[in-house]
Design a protein around this ligand. Structure first.
Ligand SMILES: *Cc1c(COP(=O)(O)O)cnc(C)c1O
Ligand SMILES: [Zn+2]
Length: 401
């Protein structure tokens, strides 16, 4: 059993209530389980396939879930890239290997299942791209209509392609993501669509399983988790999951939660660096990493807590550093990710160089989305293919042989 609890004032709401903000103070709500009631046997968990649903006792869904086998993503040891930074234990959890190519699927399998459990008949979200792709996929699987709002001209091509192909109603607004979120929120409140942005407490429940899986795959608790931060839902979700594992006695310490933002869109980093009690929104966020191009992160409060309570770090990286790391991951490790995902590993490189990360640490970087999400940014960085006449001498000449 669980309740919805306000993250700020602690007000409680029943699980079947459709509510996104506390009626007393306006803050977000979180799912709180009665952990003393839960019977969790790690051996039973391990007997199930590695996936979001391995951990179903710590998820709110009681109906058969809307699932496409999400989670169970590979944890890669970055031997060569790590060595180049002087790190022996650098890992990447490749969330691009989810059904729609990003970690958003972990949230959506739970969120869309909850939409059905709560008897909703349509779903909606605002998105920098991946949330819309994922909602379109899970709306299709559930057989209910999905509406997605995108900031016009600022969404990577692969993500729009997915949202369209999977049959969502795709609306492009002349405004940024933060405005799209306000609009979809108003729409859901006035017209009863079920809102599946990361203000939705159930999505984060699915996303927390990234941390569970990484610990299971590593066989121990890493010293540090590093995540790219946009709306700050994912870093908050992973931290929430860890709190539950500690409360259950399944782990005995916290990894240092570390958030990386793009330099042109870094309100969380600024709040950490200047020790501000809350985030000051960035009115004109800008970065090539469109998935984290967010100026007013809705989960910022929780992210600040996660970073501060675990002795973690926050750092920003330039677009150049992000793209360099995207290429290095692709060419040195064979791991293809979109720019926002490369931000986490680029952040590690920067923090190591600055001497703020110990070289003996076991570090898990969450790389959040697949390379093919944003083909245009890839093509811009690469030399075009060499076109030749269809004969062997031309081929040998092109290969300098
Ligand atoms: C959504 C997303 C992020 C940011 O996650 P938040 O929960 O918004 O902080 C980072 N990378 C990719 C690829 C994403 O799709
Ligand atoms: Zn409250």
């Amino acid at each position: 059993m669980y309740r919805l609890v306000c993250v700020s004032c602690g007000a409680e709401y029943p699980p079947d209530e459709i509510i996104y903000h506390c009626r007393k103070c306006g803050h977000l709500l979180a799912v709180q389980y009665d952990l003393t009631d839960l019977e969790i046997d790690p051996a039973v968990w391990r007997s199930r396939p590695l996936s979001v649903w391995r951990y179903k006792e710590l998820l709110p869904v009681t109906i058969p879930p809307v699932t496409l086998a999400e989670g169970g993503t590979p944890l890669y040891h970055l031997e060569r890239l790590g060595k180049s930074m002087g790190l022996r234990h650098l890992y990447a959890k490749h969330e691009g290997m989810n059904p729609s190519g990003s970690f958003k699927d972990r949230g959506m399998t739970v969120g869309v299942s909850m939409a059905l459990q709560l008897r909703r008949t349509s779903v909606a979200c605002a998105s920098t791209g991946n949330t819309s792709a994922s909602l379109a996929v899970y709306g299709a699987k559930a057989g209910i209509p999905a509406v997605v709002l995108l900031p016009a001209g600022k969404v990577a091509l692969g993500k729009v392609a997915q949202a369209l192909m999977h049959g969502a109603k795709v609306i492009s607004i002349r405004g940024n993501f933060d405005r799209a979120l306000e609009m979809v929120h108003d729409l859901c409140i006035s017209h009863g669509l079920y809102l599946l942005n990361s203000v939705n407490p159930y999505r984060l429940e699915g996303q927390k399983t990234i941390g569970f899986e990484a610990i299971d795959q590593l066989g121990c608790v890493p010293d540090r988790f590093v995540l790219p931060v946009g709306n700050a839902g994912n870093i908050s979700a992973v931290h929430k999951g860890l709190i539950e594992l500690v409360a259950l006695g399944l782990i005995d310490r916290y990894p240092m939660m570390t958030g990386i933002q793009a330099a042109g869109s870094a309100p969380v980093v600024r709040a950490i660096e200047e020790n501000l009690p809350e985030v000051i929104p960035e009115p004109h966020p800008d970065t090539v990493a469109t998935a984290i191009r967010i100026g007013a992160p809705v989960n910022a409060e929780k992210a600040l807590t996660a970073i501060r309570k675990t002795g973690g770090l926050a750092a920003s990286v330039t677009d150049e550093e992000i793209l360099k790391m995207q290429r290095d991951l692709a060419r040195i490790e064979g791991i293809g990710v979109e720019p926002a995902s490369a931000a986490s590993v680029a952040g590690v490189r920067k923090l190591v160089t600055e001497g703020r990360i110990d070289r003996d640490e076991k570090i898990v970087c969450v790389v959040t989305g697949h390379l093919l999400k944003d083909p245009e940014t890839v093509i811009r960085q690469c030399e075009p293919p060499i076109e030749i006449d269809a004969d062997l001498p031309s081929l040998l000449s092109a290969l300098h042989l």
